[in-house]
Design a protein. Structure first.
Ligand SMILES: NC(=O)CC[C@H](N)C(=O)O
Length: 304
């Protein structure tokens, strides 16, 4: 294994003063107040050794990173039946794009764009007794961390302003691909996106995806095959219309969120989380992308 701590220190110094670190998301008003200077990195290897620097222990809004976790829970509930309602192709479109959904009769391209994640949220609303509580319990279990919580202010802020998501959910409903009440499903979706986690907590949670479906405590939550599918989706769809660019520059499966977090991983090797709230035009963390590009270059580790 390379000297990860040395590599992180080098990358942190290199990218600390980037002239363009992007713009903090403001379309969810509660996210607008976050300082664009926040910057943390954490890497957890398969031996559970952790390497970190900067604001790696500070919680932030994980937003779309949560889509991987709801997908994992939905697959653990209903298995392959998920694919009757959502496809597995990259969309090549922004995360909240709607026209393909209409062209393709209400079947979202994949579970990591908003429309797909709303269908997954609908599945969980059907399957779980108390969706918000049960999903949070799932995240706490796979991370081994009972302190992880939702940020109610972020959830309420998006509930008041997430008009495109209301549009997506209504479109899905009109095609018969939403079984539950639109507002009930969106309430769950806004809460899942408001999960508040640090880079360190994200690594502990995503350990499952480098460890063939077993969490840090070695309890099995997903089959090897399910993990293979989720990692494939992170590679092809995890960065919306920048998935190609991420594979090209970084070469790892991963998932971003508009809170400025990115999680990426090399199966059976390591997972890494970066937080830097400034986003590029595609909604992905500008500095996060730069950090991960340097990480796979300096460590000579990527899936390619
Ligand atoms: N890309 C993201 O992180 C988007 C998530 C956000 N909650 C939304 O639905 O717009």
């Amino acid at each position: 294994m390379p000297d990860f701590q040395k590599i992180l220190n080098t990358i942190y110094e290199e990218t600390k003063h980037l002239s363009d670190t992007g713009k903090v998301a403001t379309y969810i008003p509660e996210l607008a107040s976050i300082s664009g200077n926040k910057f943390g990195i954490c890497l957890l290897d398969i031996e559970k050794k952790s390497y970190h620097i900067g604001d790696f222990e500070e919680s932030f809004s994980v937003q779309s990173i949560s889509k991987v976790l709801t997908l994992a829970m939905a697959m653990s509930c209903i298995g392959e039946k998920v694919w009757d309602r959502v496809d597995v192709e990259p969309s090549g479109d922004p995360f909240n794009h709607l026209s393909l959904l209409e062209q393709e009769n209400g079947i979202p391209r994949n579970p990591l764009i908003n429309a797909g994640a709303i269908v997954i949220a609908d599945i969980l609303v059907s399957e779980l007794k108390e969706p918000k509580k049960d999903f949070l319990a799932f995240v706490r279990q796979i991370s081994g961390d009972p302190t992880i919580s939702y940020d109610e202010n972020v959830a309420k802020s998006e509930k008041a302003t997430g008009f495109k998501n209301y549009a997506a959910a209504n479109l899905l409903k009109s095609y018969g691909n939403l079984k539950n009440d639109v507002l009930e499903v969106l309430d769950f979706y806004f809460y899942q996106c408001s999960l508040s986690m640090s880079c360190s907590q994200l690594c502990n949670t995503f350990y499952l995806f480098i460890n063939r479906g077993k969490c840090r405590q070695q309890q099995e939550f997903l089959t090897v095959n399910q993990v293979k599918r989720i990692n494939a989706l992170m590679l092809t769809c995890g960065f919306y219309d920048e998935a190609g660019e991420f594979a090209f520059r970084v070469g790892l499966p991963g998932k971003s969120g508009v809170g400025g977090g990115i999680v990426a991983l090399l199966p059976k090797n390591f997972c890494v989380a970066v937080w830097s709230p400034g986003l590029n035009k595609k909604g992905n963390s500008t500095r996060g992308m730069a950090v991960l590009e340097r990480l796979t270059t300096l460590s000579d580790l990527s899936i390619f």
